[in-house]
Design a binder for this molecule. Structure first.
Ligand code: NDP
Length: 433
């Protein structure tokens, strides 16, 4: 705590992992002797830099950007960039720390890192976004490389931003190094199914959790928070598998459509017109948009938090359980507070933590890196099949590890221990690093 004052989200993420590792340290005292825990909590490198840029009015703007290269025991640093005004070092470190374990769970050769900026893209023109991205990359490029550090998108960073970042990297380095960023467009080195991967993967994970209990998604009522990249494709896959999705949200309120959300309409509003989901209700009379509404009060069988950290607290978890919710899988990173997670644990519902349930995004990024390295491009169907297999493997790993370490059905314990063992063993093998 005293080494990282004020980094509340980072403390929360570390605490959530460490409180589950007791049984591993009893079984493996060598990890205590080699101080693996202390080493794993300290990033290998942290970069903080200034991003000056000019807005459309000719005013000079200054933002702060970060890249935390947390752990490279399993491969090059890998993790997204987040553009949001709430970004500070504590957020990026929490995300980077989570990323180490998530990436280990995928079984693919990727280390953990994360980055971002306190830049607020809302209301900015396309050329402002481009100038900001170019300025950011003018510093960041020196820390990146396909064997070193490979960023991707996150909140506020989608294919458009990745395009501007990639263009500037190429211009500065004079290298068409496809594998330096993931989340690229399909015509210039991107992978089929990457846009869909995090949302699809979260739904594949919840499907596995239900299967383990002899249940299925078909006909289940579902609520999804957020209406960004992860939420949209979680809704799409859930609908394809027969779920009835009745609500989603954004930072201003919630959208409820008991007839089932019309995803084409949402995608047009969000992805094409770049408007707000409140406009959906204006166009469809029986749907309602509730300003400042709480999406977790909408009764459902399955809930997918896909917006942001700490968006589902203890009281929200109680609403869900009381209304009969049977399964929760986190598309977002650390969306449930520790109190919320405790409510789920005590109620015995299936609860899939983000580092397992949303690992499909980074797994497909690693598949994009494989395609780039072999100058190949796979079909949508092939890539989606690999994603589905990876999610089933992660589920099995978490499930079996939880059992082996005395906490059957506890996916938090299973995910943390399975991932920790993979990283800790690699660190041990590589000496004092
Ligand atoms: P987007 O920027 O595409 O969407 C974020 C969505 O969450 C928006 O609808 C936003 O609404 C909403 N939101 C943000 N803050 C709040 C809040 N306080 N309350 C309610 N809604 C809010 O981001 P992504 O979909 O890419 O990311 C969502 C989450 O998933 C994040 O936690 C991210 O770290 C995680 N994730 C993303 C991956 C990816 O591949 N993109 C991979 C793994 C995890 P508004 O527009 O009003 O701000």
């Amino acid at each position: 705590l005293h080494r990282n004052p004020g980094e509340q989200e980072f403390h929360q993420a570390v605490h959530e992992v460490l409180e589950t590792l007791g049984p591993v340290l009893v079984k493996h005292p060598e990890f205590v002797d080699s101080r693996i825990i202390q080493r794993i909590c300290e990033p290998e490198r942290q970069i903080i830099f200034r991003v000056p840029w000019q807005d459309d009015n000719g005013e000079i703007q200054i933002n702060r950007a970060f890249r935390v290269e947390f752990n490279s025991a399993l491969g090059p640093y890998k993790g997204g960039m987040r553009f949001h005004p709430s970004v500070y070092l504590g957020i990026i470190k929490f995300l980077g720390f989570e990323q180490i374990f998530k990436n280990a769970l995928t079984g693919l050769p990727i280390g953990g890192g994360k980055g971002g900026s306190d830049f607020d893209p809302k209301g900015r023109s396309d050329s402002e976004i481009m100038r900001f991205c170019q300025s950011l990359m003018t510093e960041l490029y020196r820390h990146l490389g396909e064997y070193t550090d490979v960023p991707a998108g996150d909140i506020g960073v989608s294919q458009r931003e990745i395009g501007y970042l990639f263009g500037q990297y190429k211009r500065i380095t004079n290298r068409y190094e496809s594998g330096v960023l993931t989340g690229k467009g399909l015509g210039w080195g991107g992978s089929c199914a990457r846009t869909e991967a995090t949302g699809y993967g979260t739904v594949f994970f919840v499907q596995e959790m239900l299967k383990a209990r002899g249940e299925s998604l078909d006909g289940r009522k579902m609520v999804v928070s957020g209406s960004g990249n992860v939420a949209i494709y979680a809704i799409q896959k859930a609908q394809q598998l027969g779920a009835h999705v009745v609500a989603c949200s954004d930072s201003s309120g919630i959208l409820v459509d008991e007839e089932g959300l019309d995803l084409d309409r949402i995608r047009r509003i969000k992805e094409v017109e770049r408007r707000r989901i409140s406009d959906y209700a204006d166009e469809k009379p029986h749907a309602r948009y509730v300003q400042d509404g709480n999406v977790w009060r909408v009764p459902c069988d399955v809930a997918l938090p896909c917006a942001t950290q700490n968006e589902l607290n203890g009281q929200d978890a109680k609403y869900l359980v009381e209304n009969g919710c049977r399964a929760v899988a986190e598309g977002a990173n650390m969306p449930t507070t520790p109190e919320g997670a405790q409510v789920f644990r005590e109620a015995g519902i299936a609860y899939g933590p983000g580092k397992a349930a949303n690992a499909g995004g980074v797994a497909t990024s690693a598949l994009e890196m494989q395609q780039n390295a072999s100058r190949d491009s796979w079909s949508f169907e092939h890539t989606e099949n690999r994603l589905e297999q990876i999610m089933a493997n992660i589920h099995r790993d978490c499930f079996e590890t939880a059992e082996a370490f005395g906490s059957p059905g506890n996916y938090v314990v299973g995910a943390n221990i399975a991932a920790f063992l993979r990283v800790a063993r690699a660190m041990e093998a590589q000496g004092l690093i």
